[in-house]
Ligand binder design. Structure first.
Ligand code: URA
Length: 239
């Protein structure tokens, strides 16, 4: 958020008054005096001081949810439990939303926040944010599949996927377990990629999104706030 908006919200008066305060060198971010009132700032990630006092502000919330199968990735839904229903009412904020979408039967890492900018930046196609999935399919995954994924799977209908990395963990005639790294987020992408090589996904779990890794100590259906180190790693996506 803009520095002048933040200070105004924190009780330092109108934008005009706040501008004067900033121009009189009373405001610093991470120890550096700031003179531009339009400077972007996140007081959860940066230390903002005003006239020698640390700014206290109710900032955005960032949760890591271990999504269980059976809930929908939506803010509200008629008839289905949503990922937002899993957030305790005392932790809810207006504007809370899931970053990206996991299918109802998919498990794993889902970021939930009220920071609209974060979701926007993480999902921008040109940012090519990597996501990794643990996938179980109903047939033997082969090196030919690995090559096809590396070249770029073409969906029935012509859509081409970006090259993806497939690591085989185990393979048998009627079940294989793999890790898949992809840098895009087409609708039902993983399932459709495997269908393109004739295999059906029977289990899907997201393990990472960009720099954030699922904390496996969080039981499915539970969540925790992102810690300082995780927020620091998300910093590039806050602008
Ligand atoms: N790809 C899918 O097919 N489903 C998901 O839930 C996520 C990625």
């Amino acid at each position: 958020m803009r520095l002048d908006k933040l200070l105004s919200e924190c009780g330092y008066g109108s934008r005009g008054l706040v501008k004067k305060l900033i121009r009189s060198k009373q405001v610093s971010i991470d120890g550096e005096i700031v003179l531009a009132e339009n400077r972007n700032v996140d007081p959860q990630l940066q230390k903002v001081m005003v006239s020698g006092k640390m700014l206290t502000h109710q900032t955005n919330v960032y949760y890591m949810l271990h999504k269980p199968a059976g809930v929908v990735t939506a803010v509200s839904d008629e008839g289905n439990r949503t990922v937002i229903d899993l957030i305790d009412p005392s932790d809810r904020r207006p504007g809370l939303y899931p970053v990206g979408r996991l299918d109802k039967d998919t498990e794993g890492l889902l970021l939930i926040t009220d920071n609209g900018q974060l979701g926007y930046q993480l999902l921008l196609p040109h940012k090519k944010v990597m996501k990794s999935y643990e996938v179980v399919v109903n047939e033997r995954v082969t090196t030919a599949d690995q090559e096809a994924f590396a070249e770029g799977i073409v969906f029935h209908g012509g859509t081409t996927c970006k090259p993806a990395h497939l690591t085989i963990l185990s393979h048998g005639d009627d079940e294989s377990r793999v890790l898949l790294d992809i840098s895009e987020g087409k609708f039902h992408q993983v399932k459709k990629m495997f269908l393109s090589v004739g295999k059906k996904v029977t289990y899907l779990k997201r393990l990472t999104m960009g720099p954030i890794e699922l904390d496996e100590s969080i039981p499915p259906g539970s969540y925790r706030p992102l810690n300082e180190a995780e927020l620091e790693q998300l910093k590039p996506f806050f602008r």
